[in-house]
Design a protein around this ligand. Structure first.
Ligand code: IDP
Ligand code: MG
Length: 152
């Protein structure tokens, strides 16, 4: 079985609020496996590629301004169904609709500042990982507890 990978960002509000560790801890505790991690500032070009699906929407200019405004933490997480697992741990896009127990449901109030990004499909994850990471920056490593979290 090839484990699925997904891109996760702790957005500028999450970094500014000191929530990097909180996001990492929740994904680690979920049982996902971290294979790439860096602190960086997203430039306009990367923002446009990353949010290409939203070009032309009313919130797009504000979204690009926000995501380029301060550092983010970019990560790649791996595991069976990593895309869906991250999405369910994040919660719904609008924190008003995010379930308690999710990152957004516990920690966010505004759709524009909802702390975290996660790819929305395996195909999109592959594209987004390629935008943020060189292959050599992603490190596969054996997990001693995998048989307890992934079912052997
Ligand atoms: P997602 O982050 O849950 O995948 P998307 O629909 O892909 O949600 O939107 C990307 C980001 O754009 C959201 O996380 C949110 O911060 C912002 N966004 C989406 N819809 C709106 C909106 O209606 N108003 C303001 N910001 C929005
Ligand atoms: Mg999205």
């Amino acid at each position: 079985m090839t484990a699925e990978r997904t891109l996760v960002l702790v957005k500028p509000d999450g970094v500014q609020r000191g929530l990097i560790g909180e996001v990492v801890a929740r994904l680690e505790r979920r049982g996902l496996h971290l294979v790439g991690l860096k602190l960086m500032v997203i430039d306009e070009d990367l923002a446009a590629r990353h949010y290409a699906e939203h070009v032309g929407k009313p919130f797009y200019p504000g979204l690009v301004r926000f995501i380029t405004s301060a550092p983010v933490v970019a990560m790649v997480w791996e595991g069976p169904d990593a895309v869906a697992l991250v999405r369910s741990t994040m919660g719904a896009t609008n924190p008003a609709a995010s379930a308690p127990g999710t990152i957004r449901g516990d920690l966010a109030v505004s759709i524009g500042t909802n702390i975290v990004h996660g790819s929305d499909s395996p195909a999109r994850a592959e594209v987004e990982i390629g935008l943020f990471f060189h292959t050599k920056e992603l490190v596969s490593w054996g997990s001693a507890v995998a048989e307890w979290t992934l079912g052997g």
